[in-house]
Design a protein around this ligand. Sequence first.
Ligand SMILES: NC(=O)c1ccc[n+]([C@@H]2O[C@H](COP(=O)([O-])OP(=O)(O)OC[C@H]3O[C@@H](n4cnc5c(N)ncnc54)[C@H](OP(=O)(O)O)[C@@H]3O)[C@@H](O)[C@H]2O)c1
Length: 260
Amino acid sequence: MSIATARPGPATRTALVTGAGRGIGRAIAQRLSGQGLRVALTARTGEQLEQTAAACPGPTLVVPADLTDPSGVETVFGAVEQEWGAIEVLVANAGAGVSAPLAKTTDEQWRQMLDLNLTAPFRCLRRAVPSMVEHGYGRIVVVASVAAKVGEPYISAYTAAKHGVLGLVRSAAAELARSGVTVNALCPGYVDTPMTDGTVAGISDLTGRSAEEARAVLERKQPIGRLVGPDEVADAAWLCVTTGAITGQGINIDGGAHQS
Ligand SMILES: NC(=O)c1ccc[n+]([C@@H]2O[C@H](COP(=O)([O-])OP(=O)(O)OC[C@H]3O[C@@H](n4cnc5c(N)ncnc54)[C@H](OP(=O)(O)O)[C@@H]3O)[C@@H](O)[C@H]2O)c1
């Protein structure tokens, strides 16, 4: 029996979910909590984190922070370790997108996209890995996007950051394969969250379509003919937590839109 499988099951473990205030992060936090993990929650907006905590059945720890601040990751990990000890399950989910034609993408937008969607997950992994390796067990799940695998117009900075974070996941998984630590990315299509509400509003503004028509455009992009539910992304996150044999993957959760 390996060191990893000899340890207690996931029900006793400590998790950190970034971007846990709403949308996908909230759904994953609820799922992990429902499965018995104690779950630390971080994002900038404390009020939303408290709402997530109230929706979780088990122990939670609310640690508001801006993860694009170079000290933000250290603040969060330090607070969790002080309260509960080492983080064993890391879900790096916090993220956001901006839309602009390539030629109009500003340096500031480019920097924001890389800071939040690539550098913040890198800092989280770098901080989480040593204690996971030391204990012979860890689960890291990065919420990337189908934009980690394919290019779509008007989201070049977001797409570059998400492609980058999938590269980070693949390299980390290769490096850690024998350590009991798995590293995977989730690659959702359009998910029914506040972020997608923003995308719908943007399409409406740009095209004059109603919100319903704009939403239908996104629904039609996915062969299942609807948006993905946040709970369905949480299903995939839980799969990555429960198995030690899936690592280095970018798991598409996009209703069949992409088959690689
Ligand atoms: N929705 C989709 O269709 C979709 C598709 C593919 C991939 N994704 C990815 O899935 C992840 C979650 O998306 P979502 O749809 O759930 O988005 P959302 O509803 O906008 O939630 C994003 C979460 O990230 C947090 N966050 C944003 N900036 C932050 C910062 N600087 N520091 C710390 N936390 C920050 C937000 O809280 P605060 O604003 O309070 O900080 C919020 O809790 C993102 O990485 C996104 O790229 C989403």
